[in-house]
Design a protein around this ligand. Structure first.
Ligand code: NAD
Length: 499
């Protein structure tokens, strides 16, 4: 069986810890490979080599670092099909969705090509007599990223491209569930001209994560994953004096106003709720129709759409809406939460529990589920299910709908569907959620804006990508320089006195 190791000092190396994790093919349920889990010692050695490689990389002028990113973009386009196929085989998402995963990462790499501009700093001429003041952005040194399974191309690129282009060395600890694409990205970066040792990819679990958090050389840590782990990493990383930003889980609400185009809203909900089997931090998992009649109309439109969803393996090509979930544990957790919804009295209007796919009985497929009459006290409302399960929570008024989104512990994304500009504007202004869509169900900001939630969806202050990434991966140094008048004044024969 294939064994995946790490990427250290510009080449693939086998792990030495003797510990491994299984990598499934979620469509068939077979274990297709094993991935080495790095020990603390392996992590520390890779960090020491990265620290040795970093000063020369940081000393290279920013255009040359940007050119590495330019070449990387070309290589990502060249290898798009191979990357997407590998990604789908380990993650289970459809091929077009896997290409989207690579594409949204690639766009952040494109943004990083502008590094010479973003790293320019600030300058004040004549801040005082003969005094200039300037601020420069300098790299942190060695930074690290810990990433989740659900976007194995995009999120590693969101982390490593800005960190590297700022002149840092970077330690990537990708998800142990789907580690092949991150290793391929490291190979492409080397081909693009990245010096060896500047990027180290270590596969692993809690042991390597803890080694990152405790390693005194690592100055900054970026994390994306579930909220309990985000909070743990934030607290432990900050306690050891690092700069830390952690992005966590979500429960994204979509408000449907009575004046919304109901076909448009239903189509949007089906794509945003069930795409990628609901395994997106920006998935809509709660629909909030305003008014009983709106709710009835919405359910009428949703049911046939949800029942018609095509679930299958990525090998079926474009004719599949979503694939399997990532592990048998994820499938079982979704089934348990569906049962808890039923036990709590929610109405399961589309029941995907008995779903099975001929020829793929061992795969981790979950049929689509639609719940109506969900209430805020239910576990299915409070928890992130991370599966193809959409809950409808009926609200009597707009204020009630807004309050639901505001009172929920998570605050990653939200959306409103309406034809009324006043309602849309009020919602965007008042809601305490980081990313808002107006008639857009998945409002993922583009690379040159920033990405981040509020409340329990984030720990730390700066967002991902956009201008914030350059702030996170650099430190500001401000110089005050005074040059007393000298040689240009000519020779002086009298003793200088202070006036
Ligand atoms: P996860 O928290 O299980 O794992 C994320 C990373 O943390 C992995 O690299 C994993 O190896 C590591 N990890 C897991 N358990 C750990 C532990 N006990 N100690 C130290 N490290 C540990 O998350 P996941 O299941 O891979 O990803 C899904 C989650 O990520 C969902 O909650 C989703 O909402 C969230 N997510 C959030 C965003 C965002 O930007 N807010 C984006 C994508 C995914």
């Amino acid at each position: 069986m294939e064994e995946l190791g790490h990427w250290i000092n510009g080449r693939r190396v086998a792990g030495t810890s003797g510990r491994f994790a299984d990598i499934w093919n979620p469509a068939t349920g077979e274990v297709q490979a094993k991935v080495a889990l790095a020990s603390g010692g392996e992590l520390d050695a890779a960090v020491a080599d990265a620290a040795a490689a970093q000063p020369a990389w940081a000393a290279m002028n920013p255009q040359r670092r940007a050119r590495v990113m330019m070449a990387f973009v070309q290589l990502l386009h060249r290898d798009m099909d191979t990357l997407a196929k590998t990604l789908s085989r380990e993650h289970g998402k459809t091929l077009p969705d896997a290409k989207g995963d690579v594409q949204r990462g690639l766009e952040v790499v494109e943004f990083c090509i502008g590094a010479p501009h973003h790293l320019k700093g600030e300058f004040t001429n004549s801040a005082g007599p003969g005094i200039d003041m300037y601020s420069m952005r300098q790299p942190l040194g060695v930074a690290a990223g810990i990433t989740p399974f659900n976007f194995p191309a995009m999120i590693p690129m969101w982390k490593m491209a800005p960190a590297l282009v700022c002149g840092n060395a970077f330690i990537l600890k990708p998800s142990e569930r789907d580690p092949s694409v991150p290793l391929m990205l490291a190979e492409l970066l080397q081909e693009a001209g990245l010096p060896d040792g500047v990027l180290q990819v270590l596969n692993g679990d809690k042991e390597s994560v803890d080694a990152i958090l405790d390693n005194p050389v690592i100055q900054g840590v970026g994390f994306v994953g579930s909220t309990p782990i985000a909070q743990y990493i934030y607290e432990r990383g900050c306690a050891s004096g690092k700069r830390v930003q952690c992005f966590g889980g979500a429960k994204n609400h979509m408000i449907i106003m009575p004046d919304a185009d109901m076909d448009q809203a239903a189509d949007a909900l089906v794509g945003a709720g069930y795409g990628a089997a609901g395994e997106r931090c920006m998935a809509i998992s709660v629909a909030v129709p305003v008014g009983g009649e709106t709710a009835d109309r919405l359910i009428e439109k949703l049911v046939p759409r949800v029942e018609a969803l095509k679930v299958g393996p990525y090998t079926s090509g474009e004719d599949v809406d979503y694939g399997p979930v990532i592990t048998p544990m994820a499938r079982d957790s979704i089934h348990r939460l569906v049962q808890s919804g039923l036990d709590a009295g929610a109405e399961l209007v589309v029941d995907g529990r008995d779903f099975s796919l001929q020829g793929y009985e061992g795969g981790f497929f979950v049929g689509p589920h639609l719940f109506d009459h969900v209430t805020p006290d239910m576990e299915i409302y409070q928890k992130e299910i991370f599966g193809p399960v959409l809950s409808v929570v009926r609200a009597g008024t707009y204020e009630e709908a807004l309050k639901l989104a505001m009172d929920h512990a998570y605050g990653n994304g939200t959306a409103i569907f309406t034809r009324d500009g006043d309602a849309a504007r009020d919602f965007a202004d008042r809601v305490n959620v980081g990313m808002v869509g107006i008639n857009v169900p998945i409002p993922v900001p583009l690379a040159y804006h920033t990405f981040g939630g509020w409340k329990k969806s984030v720990f730390g202050d700066l967002n991902q990508h956009g201008a914030d990434a350059f702030r996170f991966y650099t430190r500001t140094k401000t110089v005050t320089a005074r040059w007393p008048s000298g040689i240009k004044e000519g020779r002086a024969f009298t003793i200088p006195v202070m006036q």
